[in-house]
Design a protein. Structure first.
Length: 261
């Protein structure tokens, strides 16, 4: 059984979202239509009854393989297959995104406005929830996971707290850039290059699987396989136009000096 093989998209938020509830209800209706119990249905599609029950309640994300198997067993005439893009592209919770980051073997970030949470320095005035993620983020940074960050120079210049704290944050970023598995590049304001992204983008590599999401502010939207490949291509263009890592670190440090004056 594939009970431990969670969905391609990871775990859902604590409270089931509307898309997962609808997908679960449709799957449950089809299972009942062909007269199978949850245990029988699970045996037919290669999953345990607990997984089937959780999916039908909207508490677990049905993977692509789950939906394909359900489509075949139910002979649903494409009805179940139509659920796949809606399940995959639904807005994601912070919990899902962070778990996906923790499981990745390589991470790439584009930051046009503010630094991604992974690169934010741990401060004593952080909230409890944020501090929990900051501790887990440090584990990612220390794990040797290959990480690439490309940020717009405006992120360096935008003081989001007081100047002293911002200077410490930039110094921390420069220190991270010295680590052999972390690459930090800055896209300069006077570079004259068109930025290929208009919103924060994260790409995650897990073995041969490439995934990612776009942060639209109010929600994070997952990229499908084609979208992730296109984002990877644009990210490569972004890196080629940005300052090299050493020049980027020098720019970060010069900004620290300027802020400290």
């Amino acid at each position: 059984m594939n009970d431990k093989n969670l969905a391609d998209e990871g775990l859902p938020p604590d409270a089931p979202d509307a898309v997962l509830r609808l997908a679960g209800a449709i799957l449950g209706r089809w299972r009942k239509h062909i007269g199978l119990s949850q245990e029988e249905f699970g045996m037919r599609i290669g999953y345990g009854s607990d997984m089937v029950a959780s999916v039908e309640l909207g508490r677990r994300v049905p993977s692509v393989s789950y939906l394909i198997a359900a489509e075949v067993v139910c002979d649903a005439h494409g009805t179940i297959s139509l659920l796949e893009p809606h399940v995959r592209q639904r807005p994601r919770s912070e919990q899902e995104v962070r778990r996906a980051e923790e499981c990745s073997s390589a991470l790439s970030y584009f930051a046009p406005v503010v630094l991604p949470d992974l690169f934010v320095i741990d401060t004593d005035d952080s909230t409890t929830g944020d501090r929990t993620w900051l501790r887990r983020g440090r584990q990612i940074l220390e794990s040797g996971t290959r990480i690439c960050l490309v940020l717009d120079q405006a992120v360096l210049l935008r003081v989001v707290s007081d100047r002293t704290a911002h200077g410490h944050q930039l110094q921390y970023l420069a220190d991270l850039a010295e680590r052999p598995h972390i690459v930090v590049q800055v896209s300069p304001l006077d570079g004259g290059e068109y930025l290929p992204f208009t919103a924060p983008v994260t790409l995650m590599q897990d073995g041969d699987q490439l995934t990612g999401f776009v942060d639209a502010g109010l929600a994070k939207y997952w990229l499908g396989p084609e979208g992730a490949r296109e984002a990877e291509r644009r990210f490569a263009d972004l890196r080629s136009a940005a300052l090299p890592p050493r020049a980027s670190r020098d720019l970060i440090l010069s900004t620290v000096d300027r802020i400290g004056r």
